[in-house]
Ligand binder design. Structure first.
Ligand code: NAI
Length: 364
């Protein structure tokens, strides 16, 4: 009998009413009955309690052979915890993005880390395009004005633009970054740029007419920058005070990848000063490495000097009901392959036994 521990988010009333909210404690990724029928133990080991030594996460990790986590409510598997997790062999990320696991420690301890690659990349790409549009068109303050009962078109129009004719660049042109570029093609932007140490195949770049920029500071030319790379040693704090100085004045920044890729205070200061016109994304894994974000997190409310430019939401872009169906199925297949000793789909393996299998978590 294998012990499988799952740390998921609390679905509350919504999860009782909506069974398709699979990524919740209540609905257990849809795998509880199946797993029990296979003779393994999950019941009682699904929880949202993840912080501190008395949390279910830290109590049960000691026995678990398989850990299932989700980036939407990350159980932070630190090196210390890995050292206590003597039976742990496999970490499954139900979703995409395994930065909440100390991947270097997983390599050292020969623990495999797999995610459901591709499961929510369309969901995020759509969210990125939506966020770009709502910032550039100054949508949020316009809607707030309507709810307040006010009507002053000029206050909104003074900072509203078309996306057509703008330069848009993505940091990271993998599954999500490339899908963002594809979705932007019909907007007739002036240019689409990408920054990634892995160049796109020539035909893929040509299909979206994207130009690779090898110097990050050359992002100076961008009106809109979108961040679509994983969080790792090479990207933590990448968008900091120094880099922001090189942004075009009044640029819009959309980060649905990981919060900690951007320096929280530097982004807030740039928005307040007008160096950035807008910042949008999910508040994910911020500089204190906690999610949910604290109530007083500056990104919840910070605005540009004209009272707009904030498109922040909780971390939900990759957890639409469509995405949940895909990542729940994917997590189940990974688990099934493991239990039946069948080979895993290579694209899902981030850390194999004793080594990185993915090239996306930094150049090594
Ligand atoms: P992917 O592995 O297909 O692509 C990542 C790309 O980033 C690769 O091309 C890689 O070479 C590039 N990259 C890595 N380090 C870089 C650096 N220092 N500078 C520039 N490029 C770099 O991954 P995918 O599916 O596109 O996802 C990317 C990230 O998006 C995930 O790791 C995760 O953190 C985040 N994500 C967020 C979700 C959400 O709900 N908000 C859902 C899914 C993913």
């Amino acid at each position: 009998m294998k012990v499988v521990l799952a740390i998921l988010y609390e679905g509350g009333q919504a999860a009782k009413e909506e069974p398709r909210l699979l990524g919740t404690v209540e609905n257990k990724l849809g795998i509880a009955e199946w797993l029990t029928s296979q003779g393994h133990e999950l019941i009682g080991k699904v929880s949202s309690s993840k912080e501190g030594p008395d949390s279910d996460f830290q109590k049960h990790i000691v026995d678990a052979e398989v850990l299932i986590t989700t980036p939407f409510h990350p159980g932070y598997l630190t090196r210390d915890l890995i050292e206590k997790a003597k039976n742990l062999k496999l970490c499954i990320t139900a979703g995409v993005g395994s930065d909440h696991i100390d991947l270097n420690a997983a390599v050292d301890h020969r623990i495999q880390v797999l995610e459901v690659s591709g499961s929510n990349v369309v969901s995020v790409a759509e969210h990125v395009v939506m966020s770009i549009l709502l910032l550039v068109r100054n949508f949020v303050p316009a809607h707030e004005m309507i709810e307040r009962g006010d009507w002053q078109v000029s206050d909104i129009a003074r900072n509203a633009f078309d996306l057509e004719g703008k330069v848009v660049g993505t940091i990271g042109a993998g599954r999500i970054g490339y899908r963002v570029l594809q979705r932007l093609v019909p907007f007739d932007t002036k240019e689409l740029l990408y920054y990634d140490y892995a160049p796109l195949p020539a035909a893929a770049a040509e299909a979206v007419k994207a130009r690779r920029v090898e110097d990050l500071k050359a992002y100076l030319q961008c009106d809109v920058v979108t961040v679509n790379c994983p969080l790792h040693e090479g990207t933590r704090g990448l968008v900091n005070e120094e880099l922001l100085k090189h942004f075009k004045k009044g640029a819009w920044l959309v980060n649905t990848a990981r919060g900690a890729i951007c320096d929280k205070d530097a982004v807030a200061a740039a928005l307040k000063s007008g160096q950035l016109s807008g910042y949008s994304g999910n508040i994910i894994g911020d500089v204190w490495n906690v999610q949910p974000a604290p109530k007083d997190h500056v990104w919840r409310t910070v605005k540009n000097p004209l009272g707009g430019g904030n498109g922040m939401v909780p971390h939900y872009s990759g957890t639409t009901l469509d995405a949940q169906a895909r990542y729940a199925n994917g997590a189940k297949s990974i688990l099934e392959n493991y239990l039946l000793n069948k080979p895993q789909d290579p694209q899902n393996i981030i850390v194999g036994i004793g080594k990185y299998e993915s090239k996306a978590y930094g150049q090594r």
